[in-house]
Design a protein around this ligand. Sequence first.
Ligand SMILES: [Zn+2]
Length: 222
Amino acid sequence: MGKIILPEFQKSSFNCPICGVFSVQYWRQLTEYLEFQSGEKSVTQMPIWSSHCSHCNQRSFWEEEGKIIIFPFVKKQQINPDLNEKIKDTLKQAILILEDSPPAAAAMLRLSLEMICDELNAEGGNLFEKICSIYEKEHIKVSTRAMHLVRIIVGNSIHFPPKIDLGDSEEIAKTLLGLIDIIAERVLTEPKKINDLWAKIPESKRLEIEKNEPHSEPKGEN
Ligand SMILES: [Zn+2]
């Protein structure tokens, strides 16, 4: 898989946001030409640039001041706000080229997964090893901590002093609602979605990975 160079304002070559292919780009500033009834003419340079792809012969359009792409439109796909900016950018670009170049988008999504693994301090030389190294490192811990939070917050707000100050009861109820939502998503919805897909890959692949998954016993607190 070749390295993907993200589109960037006035850069001479990158992976085209339309065809996804790494290609030379030709930049031009757009000009507005007006001819008035009086015969007067005006020529104005617009703050918009086009980037002409040497591979697909199509143009993307960019806004000068923000140096951001305005066409093709970035699809309104939710990107997790907790991801770091570099991963967000990679995902944005993947979304951008998803329809026109699914293989390039897929390569970018794999790259963003690797970046997420690195963010979680994964160890190992390849993605397989990195994924194995973060197995259950965070996911289970965070889910069960959310459950403990519900237990402790309800316990404190109803029965036991000293109370944890989390605001008024409405605020506490909203916090609990948010936690239940996170728990349901993590322990029910997410595993169901993943297991449904898991069942579709060849059994030999599944077994190969499953035998590498540690089956650890619960180990007390945290
Ligand atoms: Zn192109």
